[in-house]
Design a protein around this ligand. Structure first.
Ligand code: LLP
Length: 417
């Protein structure tokens, strides 16, 4: 459920008219609902209330500090993948002891920053990384808590670009290498073996890949126990999917019902890293139709948001539902490509989509854009990035300003030669 609903013919976010926001901030813009964000976080967190756990929101899905603050206030932690995400999480008031750090390419500077910030643990993806963390920890004179990321070789049954748990993927270590990795980790002076981690992919719409991967990890935990390597934390990653079109992914409580009996038997604190399931349907991208154009039997709606603002359709062929902000002007249906102003044929938000007729100047809402929307946006074609707006009840707040042309060239210099 989310708080983007029609009141009469007009689309609202909670108690604020989307049209009213567009009038004040211009288009395009990302729009998030505070109540949806909070409710989604709570739904996930409470689903696992029966077991000791920590929900670490995946910052890569949406990293605006105003949103991170909401999750921190709800008692959430954060899954980060860079020094920049660590900076954001700390700025938002995160408890460093609730931050876990994944990613195959952590630099020594990033490792140092994370150690100095006293994060809960690193999710280590290779033995070379393990040695690097040991060295940096030694230089600073601290012990680094680590989990090894295990690649369970499970097909997440999702888009190949966002599937991460097969042995052909760059992520984690095979169970065999992880076992060896744990033995090495135990021998390193500045490392404390704390946990075990897996994440098999994103937009997963079935329970079975989660369950299969969990069973493989549990088997490894048993082997580790026999070697007196006791992990205190089991991090099962993120990946739970949402409904963009007609998918029917399990609700968090359904996933919890299946996984909990196994999780309870492990006697670890369970870490989750959800991103999309919390923010995906809590955000939309609002855009305006600039022109309509018919050619060779095709209709194009040319809107002011492009692939630089929301790259998912171009990149993954993703479906995002498109709704008129004002139903009034829309009587009959058309079939159209919704395209942006970028100079690439791959710049589209929808192809051959059946839509209510959207005339020049009308507003459209690109739904389910809260996850991997703004965070994947760019300045391509020298387009300033769009603002982000947060609605809470009757008020809206600009939580990121629209970029200016000055912002576009910040840091650039023309050499004096
Ligand atoms: N944990 C780790 C280690 C991850 O790599 C990810 C996502 C997550 C958690 C959160 O996964 P979620 O719950 O959001 O599925 N840009 C793509 C998605 C890439 C996901 C990358 N990793 C998209 O727009 O679909």
């Amino acid at each position: 459920m989310h708080d983007f609903q029609y009141k009469g013919d007009e689309l609202y976010c909670e108690d604020v008219s989307v049209k009213k926001i567009a009038k004040e901030v211009g288009t395009p813009f990302y729009l998030y609902s505070y109540n949806t964000l909070k409710n989604h976080f709570r739904a996930f967190d409470s689903a696992f209330a029966g077991i000791p756990h920590l929900v670490c929101f995946a910052v890569k899905s949406n990293s605006n500090i105003a949103l991170l603050k909401i999750f921190a206030e709800e008692g959430g932690g954060f899954d980060i993948v860079s020094g920049g995400e660590l900076y954001r999480a700390l700025l938002a008031g995160a408890d460093p002891q609730k931050i876990v750090y994944a990613g195959v390419g952590k630099t020594r500077e990033e490792i140092r920053y994370a150690l100095k910030s006293n994060i809960l643990m690193f999710n280590v993806e290779s033995t070379q990384e393990l040695f690097a963390i040991d060295e940096v920890a030694g230089e600073i004179g601290v012990k680094a808590r680590v989990a090894l990321r295990v690649n369970p070789d499970i097909d997440a049954k999702t888009h190949p670009y966002i599937s991460t748990g097969l042995k052909t993927h760059k992520f984690g270590m095979s169970t065999k290498d992880a076992l060896e990795g744990y033995r090495i980790a135990r021998s390193l002076e500045n490392i404390e073996v704390t946990g075990i981690h897996k994440h098999i992919g994103s937009q997963i719409t079935q329970i079975s890949p989660f369950m299969d991967a969990l069973e493989r990890i549990v088997a490894l935990i048993d082997i580790l126990k026999n070697e007196n390597l006791n992990v205190r934390y089991l991090n099962i990653g993120g990946g739970l999917g949402i409904t963009y079109k007609d998918e029917s992914p399990p609700y968090p409580k359904e996933l919890a019902a299946e996984l909990s009996p196994v999780l309870k038997g492990i006697h670890c604190t369970i870490i989750f890293e959800p991103g999309r399931v919390i923010v995906g349907n809590a955000g939309i991208l609002v855009t305006r139709v600039l022109y309509t154009k018919r050619s060779e039997g095709k209709t194009f709606l040319i809107v002011d948001a492009g692939m630089n603002d929301l790259v998912r359709p171009s990149f993954y062929g993703s479906y995002h539902s498109i709704l008129p902000v004002d139903k009034n002007s829309n009587s009959h249906k058309i079939v159209a490509d919704v395209v942006g102003p970028i100079c690439e044929s791959g710049d589209f938000l929808a192809k051959d989509r059946v839509l209510p007729e959207l005339k020049k100047e009308s507003l459209a809402a690109i739904m389910s854009a809260g996850a991997y929307g703004f965070t994947m946006s760019s300045n391509y074609n020298s387009r300033p990035r769009v603002p982000e707006i947060l609605v809470r009840d009757k008020e809206f707040y600009i939580i990121r300003k629209r970029e200016s042309y000055e912002d576009l060239v910040r840091g650039e210099e023309i050499p004096l030669f």
